[in-house]
Design a protein around this ligand. Structure first.
Ligand code: ZN
Ligand code: ZN
Length: 273
């Protein structure tokens, strides 16, 4: 099978490990999108470590890596992504600007010697920073990847991935705003597959308003509005154990007519060829 999505990291905020996390896993955000010969990666949380190892084994040397934003959970696996340490590797990076700072500047800071032993400029791989703008899809063969501003703490992207057969929405960090942002509704309307976080319970959300994540009371009406074919929940809170997530899933299934599932590290969803 070479047309699929693979979730290499489904945890939000901070990686976790322990017997209470064995089902959903503890690696932070990383999604592989494979459509025949075309490959895209979204985010470089700790899930990108096993993905990098697998892709090197496959002999892949060219990578298109999209970043939703630069919070730790989406970036912290990047210095440990083994393809960076090979001179025959080429990596195209697409990332939103920070608060007035170019992505390259933020990467250089990540590799400052106080944080990491290898300087960014000394990495053997050829790294290119590519521009990406909302409403202008990046085309990789049959894949088209488009970004839209999410409602998060600073400039953050969510994505829409189009194949010739399906539309997939992907938003790991988004606090749905009420009333809805019409542009946001339009962007995701009619997705076959909608991957969107619901990191907080209502109680947690009350304590963490403005932290950029959603709870049932904001995301459920949004799901009703855009009517996706299927809803996949990712970016699980580090405090939520396997038991908590199973219970959360059962509770939400009673509240939405849209098929919903909680995704886990290593999950593969086939795409239509
Ligand atoms: Zn996050
Ligand atoms: Zn974030």
């Amino acid at each position: 099978m070479d047309h699929y999505l693979k979730f290499w990291g489904t945890r939000g905020s901070c990686p976790v490990s322990g017997s209470q996390y064995t089902h959903f896993g503890g690696n932070t955000s990383c999604l592989e999108i494979r459509y025949g010969a075309n490959l895209a990666i979204i985010d470089a949380g700790t899930g990108i470590l096993p993905l990098g190892n697998r892709l090197l084994k496959e002999g892949i040397r060219k990578f298109h890596l999209f970043f939703s934003h630069m919070h730790w959970d989406h970036l912290i696996g990047f210095p440990f992504f083994k393809p960076l340490y090979r001179p025959d590797v080429e990596i195209a990076i697409y990332a939103p600007k920070g608060d007035g700072r170019a992505p390259k500047e933020l990467f250089e800071e990540l590799f400052a010697k106080e944080f990491f032993p290898v300087d960014f400029s000394a990495l053997p791989a050829k790294i290119e920073f590519c521009s990406m703008q909302p409403a202008t899809p990046v085309r990789l063969g049959d894949l088209a990847i488009e970004c839209h501003l999410a409602h998060h703490v600073y400039t953050t992207w969510c994505f829409k991935i189009k194949t010739p057969k399906e539309k997939i929405g992907y938003a790991t960090d988004n606090e749905v705003e009420l009333p809805f942002d019409e542009g946001f509704v339009e962007f995701f309307q009619g997705c076959d597959l909608f991957i969107h976080e619901m990191q907080y319970s209502e109680k947690e959300h009350l304590e963490r308003k403005g932290w950029g994540h959603s709870s049932p009371s904001v995301i459920l009406p949004f799901i009703e509005k855009i009517q996706p074919g299927r809803w996949i929940v990712t970016h699980h809170d580090p405090d939520h154990t396997d038991r908590d997530l199973h219970e959360f899933c059962q509770e939400i299934k009673q509240k939405t007519p849209v098929p919903v599932e909680w995704v886990y590290d290593g999950a593969v969803i086939p795409l239509k060829e």
